[in-house]
Design a protein around this ligand. Sequence first.
Ligand code: GLY
Length: 395
Amino acid sequence: MKHRNISLEWPERFTGKYVIDSAKIDAAIEKALEKIERNIEAWKDGFVGTYTTGFRYPIGENNNWVCGMHTGLYLLAYEISGKKVFLDAAKAHLETYKTRLDGKIALMDHDVGFVYTPACVAAYRLTGEEKYKEWALEAANHLYDAGFAKKGGFILRGFNWANESGCRTMMDTLMNAPLLFWSAQMTGNKEHYEAALSQEKITERLLIRDDASSFHHYQFEPDTYAPRCGVTWQGHTDDSCWSRGHSWGIYGFPIAYSYCREDWLLEVHRDITYYMLNHLPDDLVPYWDYDFTEGDHPRDTSASAVAVCGLHEACRHLKDGAEEKAIYENAAAQLLEVLIDRYTGDIGTPYEGLIHHVTAGVPQNIGIDECAMYGDYFYLEALMRFRNPDWTMYW
Ligand code: GLY
């Protein structure tokens, strides 16, 4: 791996112990659970769409990449509270994951892990029911068989790509690779383990730049799978650093470390984390792209929520006394507290989601300053991690 050795530009912002009062975490959890419980009725006919319009979710079928996080939100709520209402809501979803697999419904891209990990891996963990494990393993086989380009050593963005933009891999895929690590752990499948590790390596080599910013996508030559160049999809420019994509790395690399214990994964994690911390505005809420550090641009609170989970996960693997551990603990607490204080709408306000000011895609002009299930799910996961630091993650 490249040794980038990025340093913090304003270490004083993240120095010292910063603690969120446990009563504040409890109150935030209670508010989130109350909101989810009320939403069960509004969402009972299916699955939320990928982002809200006017802060209300459209409802559809199990056919998009955030569905797994919707089911995962119910499972997290169940695990936190023990309340059957959340487990029942999850169970009302779960059979559709088998149907989705059988019909390969919207499963021909890299997001298979986003769909099956927080739904079926989590359901298996919490209930012990074998069928959920079987479906997750079947999904992992599909991700590997249809999605792993052996010649290139990466997971394809689009499995049967009709134009060359499918022949890419992306930061987000670091959150899909864990399904392969998990299946390798369950079954001993070495091919899955090596494919997931290869995805981590190629991301570090090609998508993380020398200054520890990240390309969103990386384009390969369609005929040879040789590397061509970094490009963007949801970022400001090809050369900018899209904040949520960067956060997928801030969480994805430490998840990979939890499976393979290779130290370079925590090194690259530190570099990209310091890049993020160096590019946060004064109020610590990321703009949608790190090209922007001040002014009136859309924020992306989901980038914060995902990063908090990643910082927390990395801390579990760092020795006490490690300089970056104290920084991550401080930063995670500050970032989460801002979300709790300023971005969670009260019951009765128009916000159906748990956090608002998520931005789905500025170039696509979709879901700007709205809510989205990846914001909601990772916010609740972050709260879970703060309440129970030993929580066994679903990823
Ligand atoms: N994986 C797409 C996104 O984060 O919006």
